[in-house]
Design a binder for this molecule. Sequence first.
Ligand code: GUN
Ligand code: ZN
Length: 443
Amino acid sequence: MTAQIKAWRGAIVHSIADPAEVGLEASYEYFPDGLLVVSGSHIQAVGHAADLLPTLPAGTDITHCPDALIMPGFIDTHIHYPQTGMIASYGEQLLDWLNQYTFPAEREFADPAHAAEVSERFLNELLRNGTTTALVFGTVHPSSVEAFFSAAEARNLRMICGKVLMDRNAPDYLLDNADSGYTESRALIERWHGKGRLHYAVTPRFAPTSTPEQLARAGQLLQEYDGLYMHTHLSENPKEIDWVKALFPESKNYLDAYDQFNLLTERSVFAHGVHLCDDECKRLAETGSAIAFCPTSNLFLGSGLFNLPQAERHGVNVGLGTDVGAGTSFSILHSLNEAYKVMQLQGAKLHPFKSLYLATLGGARALRLEHHIGSFAPGHDADFVVLDFNATPLLSYRMQHTKTLEEQLFVLMTLGDDRTVKSTIAAGQVVHQRDAATATENV
Ligand code: GUN
Ligand code: ZN
């Protein structure tokens, strides 16, 4: 059976390269009256409507998107699904915030029914915000990952998740051990890694909560299976960094505590990296590892300002993360708004084309998924969003005063949030329709 052809017509933009490498103008393609042609679950073509319309089979279903911008789905390179219910918890920086709010919330995921319910709610939130792929923390409970992957599989989403490894310095009720963490991870890898659009991430929470034995077993897993991710936290908060120095006296720096156990790979993603030295950046670049820049979280927990120009100078891959529940929004648009301010506070600018890159192709590259997602190349997954210029009265009014694409992008990124996402399409299917969803999603 041949796949069904569908098309979306409107203004279309996608990032095709990092502006830091090719300059701003060569970093994107824009079709003011464009056509995105989808065959089944994949992109067939993108271009000017005038060129592509004559190529469509008679009777093709075309969705018209006036006053809107069509772009690839957003990619969130660091988020915790079990923290959905404790977002916006008051008053603490990282280590106290973990003890006071996070660990008790994660305890609830021992109950598979709770994990299943939160997985659905979490995926609804991602999709209403236009995020079609995320690198996701579970909890220490294998059933938390089982629930998440089952929910993501049912919606045919490209998602990455893993069971937390944590065998010290946390409440007893959340601890595994080096052996059980390894065995449980293996069973999840066997069951889920490479199934449909799902991938597994070996997930030591952060260096302070894993013994050297556990980090060594994590490194062993990465050797034993192809294409696994490694997902953890790095250099987020000054007290955390001091703690790592005390726990790993042999390590040259924080990153080295992971490096000693062979945890730096092309599929390693380190959240934050707010306080990195040049040696650490150099090593991240050499190993092809990535940083997840999480601006709303870094501001909310008072962690510090991520130095994007330093990472760029060293050629480190960087994606954008919301880090919910330390992050305060599921919206990648809102995260770009905060990222811009983080740069302003360091006397630097975040250009809207760089922001577009970080939210889409840059995230795909950080996750080594650029051959599937992040841009509209033919054959890629048909994962994309339609952003509505008239989402709110203020946005609509402000958009009337824009003259260029870059200005439109900047306004969308500064004023945008979930309301801006008119629809989200994953694998060629509409998985969120803003105006249809409000009535049913709020129950
Ligand atoms: N470091 C270790 N665990 C966490 C977590 O859950 N959130 C954040 N932001 N940092 C961490
Ligand atoms: Zn995190």
